[in-house]
Ligand binder design. Structure first.
Ligand code: ZN
Length: 68
């Protein structure tokens, strides 16, 4: 399965956060990926490989699709 993601995308992770949601927003894309919990606002960082492993789904905004 291929997942493409970019800044400000909303993503659903396989594991839910301690606050009970699994919806996150990508706030930084680099060597590491930074995610902000959509519910409680907590930010976490993980490397791309870990992110890809834990990622369940990217919620794409159709209008943002071609942005790079
Ligand atoms: Zn949270």
């Amino acid at each position: 399965m291929e997942n493409t993601f970019s800044l400000n995308d909303k993503v659903i992770m396989k594991k839910q956060h301690a606050c009970g949601t699994n919806l996150w927003v990508i706030t930084r894309v680099g060597v590491d990926i930074k995610l902000k919990c959509d519910n409680c606002g907590r930010e976490i960082m993980m490397d791309r490989l870990e992110f890809q492993k834990k990622l369940k789904k990217v919620l794409k905004d159709e209008e943002n699709k071609k942005e790079k």
